[in-house]
Write a protein that binds this ligand. Structure first.
Ligand code: IVH
Length: 667
């Protein structure tokens, strides 16, 4: 490489990495994998080392990223918040061990820990009380998020015992367990919000919310792994952590002391497999020198401690060919690009499609048709394209262009300022948007009318159901004329439609599909406004007075009722006899047979959906929990329950309950 070429490559890399940083830190929408990012970063580090004349203090190699957000007050870290040097290679772990031994001699002990994939936090305790919680920010200053952190159950507000230092800091990771993440994303999809890309983004997004009562609902978890202060109890990292555990901090059970590289590799290889059984994501392991004195002897570089290194697991990756890109229109009109791939085997399944998130990602990947692409299955279930092998690009291949017109109805797409997605604005005329609203309306959590997606399609294309109010005008005679329906199934459908007229007001409200009005919001609105007329007549000020109703939800409700077409649909549904006011016992528990009991549901059940079981638990005064602990009273277990859940239940002594026993309990 000539000096000129090096200069050019350095510039390109800096620009690319800066763009990736914006996507990751500012937009919370990472568009390449950590691995891809690290490869670019390491190439830049190496070039800057080989060509020191191009050193620049504004280069992304000189910063550790910045997660700060101007809506929070900031605080300076008493001790700079550094990150770890990381590697994907066992050889480099051995190099690390050699470097350490050169400085401190052969009498060295390591502590191996899990590398939690969340967002880091620094907590200050003075006289045993939590006084401040600050995010990493740029490493020097971070956002003060104390109010939000106080809502995280496992972070102690006051400490146990007496032997803690007067003042100290403890650092760790805030994470979102996978089960909480799945539930949150399902809820977001219900209300037409874009799902989070992975638990790490969900955790950092949640920590930066303005309303701490909302944070409390998201059930974040946290592990702590690093103590700092002038008067720490011990001279060893491990013993300090064990002491912190006595004070009430959540410290991982999976920390191991290791004495040589062989033991370190055993730990790495064990967790590379076993991590799939953890209820949360880890992205590697961290290896730390145990002795605090030796740590001091080793010291720090500008960015990292020399006494620790992170070994990152490589997500399983394959290359395949991009055949075409299709564009899908969702219920809210958001347009998602989807890559159609040459089928390829990846992590046990055949992958034919991958998400491409949005137009930005296509641009950043500089995707061309027929490109050889790298596909990965990371923490996400849907595989994604994380890079392109430019060296295999075919001559004359065409760049992938984002469409300008809706593929379903031809309307010109719009992109709102500050949003990554393109939308089709034709809400009432675009088939997938209409069908999506109907599917949402009949779904189990909403009106619970038993017809399949294919039936919605059929009824829509036959012109029988053009909006949700038409469902209640359907006649058996019309149905039996259709291909899919026999006498009996038509009868059942009509029965199911009639039964839905008894569905309580809060679920009808949820079923209408007003943007941002999910199940819980619908419940709050129903409680507060009692009936649809009060709600439709409410002003912005009246709306935000209701519990949990913020400005965005209020605006969305106003917009819904301002639209004549929506008001007509509501009137027609009213005429059809749906519940548009709360009934006396809608919010009263049916019994208190499960009072004081925390129950976790897992698996698939024979006679009831999980949603129905959850409702039953609440109706009888019990509490639904999503993660198992020693305070859980029962595990309501169906078929296909995960082996790790079972094992956990056994370990914690939580008894199993069958569907049948549960029904007996509440009868
Ligand atoms: S120790 C001075 N231990 O990984 C070193 N970090 O780039 C302090 N992380 O910023 C960090 N698990 O957010 C440490 N067991 C662990 C960790 C861990 C996750 C995160 C942390 C840090 C990043 C490293």
């Amino acid at each position: 490489m000539t000096t000129d070429e090096a200069r050019q490559r350095i510039d390109t890399l800096r620009e690319q990495i800066n763009r990736l940083n914006t996507n990751y830190y500012v937009l919370s929408q990472p568009i390449v994998s950590d691995y891809e990012y690290d490869v670019l970063m390491n190439e830049l580090i190496k070039l800057e080392k080989d060509y020191p004349q191009f050193k620049d203090e504004n280069s992304p190699t000189q910063r550790i990223g910045d997660d700060s957000n101007k809506e929070f007050e900031q605080a300076e870290h008493k001790y700079q918040m550094l990150s770890l040097g990381n590697t994907y290679s066992e050889g480099e772990v051995a190099d690390f061990d050699n470097r350490v031994r050169k400085v401190v001699g052969n009498n060295v002990e390591y502590v191996c820990e899990l590398k939690f994939d969340g967002t880091s936090i620094s907590l200050t305790y003075i006289n045993g009380r939590l006084t401040q919680a600050v995010t990493r920010g740029d490493g020097i200053r971070g956002d003060i998020v104390t109010a939000n952190v106080r809502t995280i159950k496992c972070i102690p507000l006051t400490l146990n015992g007496q032997d803690y230092p007067e003042e100290f800091e403890i650092r760790g990771e805030i994470i979102m367990p996978r089960a909480v993440f799945d539930e949150l994303n399902a809820e977001r999809e219900d209300i037409g919000e874009a799902p989070f890309a992975n638990p790490r983004n969900a955790a950092s997004g949640t920590l930066k919310m303005q309303n701490s009562s909302q944070v409390a609902k998201r059930k974040l978890d946290s592990y702590l792994y690093y103590l700092l202060g002038e008067e720490l109890p011990y001279n060893s990292h491990y013993e300090n952590l064990m002491k912190a555990k006595e004070w009430g901090f959540k410290i991982s059970e999976n920390i191991r002391k290791c004495h040589n590289i062989k033991e370190i590799f055993e730990y790495i290889n064990y967790w590379d497999k076993a991590r799939e059984n953890l209820p949360f994501d880890i992205d590697g392991v961290v290896i730390k020198v145990n002795s605090v004195e030796q740590q001091q002897a080793l010291g720090f570089t500008a960015k990292n401690p020399r006494w620790a290194i992170a070994y990152k697991f490589k997500a399983e990756q394959v290359t395949t060919r991009l055949l075409s890109v299709s564009f899908q229109v969702g219920r809210t009109g958001a347009v998602t690009p989807v890559a159609n791939l040459e089928p390829v085997q990846l992590a046990g399944t055949v992958v034919k499609r991958a998400t491409l998130h949005n137009a930005d990602q296509i641009k950043i990947l500089d995707l061309h048709l027929n490109d050889a692409v790298y596909v990965e299955k990371g923490g996400e279930i849907i595989p994604k394209i994380v890079g392109v092998d430019i060296s295999r690009r075919q001559f004359n291949s065409q760049p992938v262009e984002f469409i300008t017109e809706c593929p379903e109805c031809g309307t010109h797409l719009v992109r709102f300022e500050g949003e990554a997605a393109h939308y089709c604005p034709n809400e009432t005329g675009c088939p997938p948007q209409i069908k999506g609203r109907i599917e949402h309306f009949i779904s189990r959590k909403a009106m619970n009318i038993g017809f399949a997606e294919a039936t919605v399609d059929l009824l829509f294309t036959q012109g029988l159901v053009k909006d949700v109010s038409n469902i209640y005008q359907l006649k058996k005679a019309q149905l039996v004329r259709l291909e899919r329906f026999a006498e009996k199934s038509a009868e059942n459908l009509i029965k199911s439609i009639n039964t839905s007229k008894q569905v309580p007001f809060q679920r009808v409200l949820f079923a209408l599909g007003i943007r941002y009005v999910g199940e819980t919001v619908a419940k709050r609105l129903a409680e507060h406004f009692q009936n649809i007329d009060n709600l439709a007549a409410a002003s912005f000020e009246e709306l935000v007075k209701a519990e949990e109703i913020g400005e965005i939800i209020a605006q969305s409700i106003l917009k819904y009722f301002q639209d004549e077409r929506n008001r007509t649909i509501v009137e027609k549904l009213k005429d059809a006899g749906l519940q548009f006011a709360i009934k006396e016992n809608d919010f009263q528990p049916v019994s208190d047979k499960l009072k004081g009991l925390s129950i976790i549901i897992s698996g698939v059940f024979e006679n009831h959906s999980r949603e129905e079981l959850k409702q039953m638990i609440e109706q009888h005064g019990g509490k639904n929990v999503t993660s198992i602990s020693k305070n859980t009273n029962y595990l309501l277990a169906g078929d296909k329950i995960g082996p790790s859940k079972l094992e956990n239940a056994q370990k914690l002594g939580v008894p199993l309950l069958s569907e049948e026993d549960f029904i007996k309990m509440i009868q």
